[in-house]
Design a protein around this ligand. Structure first.
Ligand SMILES: [Zn+2]
Length: 416
């Protein structure tokens, strides 16, 4: 007669044979001897291997044992998500536990684009049927364009740097795609296939204004414009630092929304240093210097000027009245001369936004634009340059049809 020596799990509950035995299980054990005639069975739903030693002669009282009652598994990812470890513990005896570490596979679910983030997913699948497949998803950063740097012309008289909406989009296929697929970005433009676009609800100042191809600019319709490189005129160079003035009138806006000519507090100063700057230099701004802007009375063309203000520290600024008669910058010294050194063309974008322009002759599409200098006698007026190059003292700060001609200072990198 054979006797069986069993490795048994003991517990105080009334279940029968323990079903322990998988390699990853640990548990208390106790030898018990039973007669070979005793039938041994397990009611465990999933019976696991049982170690049995056979000995002779003795019979024993059946031992109280249990079928594991597994708690909810826990899953722990490795820091780099290369693997995931599952663990479950028996609720009847917490020293009984099963663990398994599964290597993770990785797949890109959605490729990132310039417009949208992508999605990657780690997946860990376990052999133990008590564990469920685990996934961990990661956000993939949007594609980024390389930082754009200033590009100097061969004669060093102009620089292209930054981008701003300028030319109207006329390609009908592209227009359809922009309407359907372009994504609005919090930074203030639409992105489509890595290029920036602006969508403008047109408000031309007059109904006979035209785009460059002669098409009349309609009122109250949407036009799309492409962000194109800004060309700057080099006004001055000092120690590898360059004073630059936009070659065209890029935008149109009020000098100040509260109709006050204090430049420091003006809405146009805020606009060019926030909205304009953020959009123009979204592809890179590291070469733009902060400039101490002189707002004293002598710069305004009227000294004294009770509306002078403190100097400001700005990335983008408007030139002063005095700057626009500075021959070192290439301007005519007479403020009242009609001078092509000062007059300046509007972009199609600025026209659609409401710029006032000339409609004929050499001055066609020239606009009026603000200087930063306040009028000396009336706090509602500021100086401006006319479409013929004449400098006036007295345009109303609340007029939105005057243009923005931004200036910046940049450093030139050694390799440029
Ligand atoms: Zn157990």
């Amino acid at each position: 007669m054979k006797k069986l020596k069993l490795l048994l799990c003991i517990s105080t509950c009334s279940l029968i044979i323990c079903a322990c035995g998988s390699q990853s299980s640990t548990y208390e054990s106790k030898e018990a001897e039973v007669s070979s005639t005793q039938s041994i069975s397990s009611t465990a739903p999933k019976s696991e291997p049982i170690s049995i030693n056979v000995s002779q002669g003795r019979s024993v009282t059946p031992v109280s044992t249990h079928t594991h009652q597994w708690g909810t598994p826990s899953y722990t990812w490795k820091d780099d998500y290369s693997s995931c470890t599952a663990k479950r513990v028996c609720t009847l005896d917490r020293s009984h536990e099963q663990t398994e570490t599964a290597a993770a596979s990785y797949q890109v679910v959605t490729e990132p684009t310039y417009e949208e983030t992508g999605l990657g997913r780690y997946t860990a699948t376990f052999n133990n049927p008590g564990f469920t497949t685990q996934t961990y998803e990661v956000t993939l950063d949007k594609l980024k364009r390389e930082e754009e740097l200033p590009i100097f012309s061969e004669d060093n008289k102009t620089v292209t740097y930054g981008r701003y909406p300028q030319s109207r989009i006329t390609d009908t296929d592209l227009l359809d795609k922009l309407e359907e697929e372009a994504d609005w970005q919090d930074s203030g433009y639409y992105l489509y296939e890595g290029e920036y676009y602006a969508k403008v609800y047109s408000q031309p100042k007059e109904d006979n204004y035209k785009f460059d191809d002669g098409t009349v600019i309609k009122t109250n319709v949407y036009y799309w414009f492409k962000y194109e490189p800004i060309t700057w005129r080099v006004l001055n160079t000092f120690n590898n630092e360059y004073l630059l003035l936009s070659n065209v009138l890029l935008d149109a806006t009020k000098y100040d929304s509260t109709n006050n000519n204090n430049y420091e507090d003006s809405s146009i100063r805020d606009y060019i240093n926030s909205t304009f700057f953020d959009r123009a230099f979204a592809f890179g701004s590291s070469n733009v210097l902060t400039t101490t802007v002189d707002n004293s009375a002598p710069t305004t063309g009227s000294d004294p000027n009770e509306f002078e203000c403190d100097d400001t520290e700005d990335k983008v600024f408007l030139l002063s009245y005095k700057d626009y008669i500075n021959t070192d910058y290439g301007f005519d010294s007479s403020p009242t001369s009609y001078s092509s050194t000062r007059y300046c063309k509007t972009t199609e974008f600025a026209r659609a936004k409401g710029a006032l322009i000339s409609t004929s002759g050499d001055e066609i599409n020239n606009g009026l634009y603000w200087t930063r200098s306040p009028n000396a006698g009336n706090k509602r007026y500021a100086s401006y340059v006319r479409n013929d190059g004449y400098i006036g003292y007295d345009n109303n700060c609340s007029y939105a049809y005057l243009c923005v001609r931004p200036a910046i200072r940049i450093k030139r990198n050694i390799e440029q």
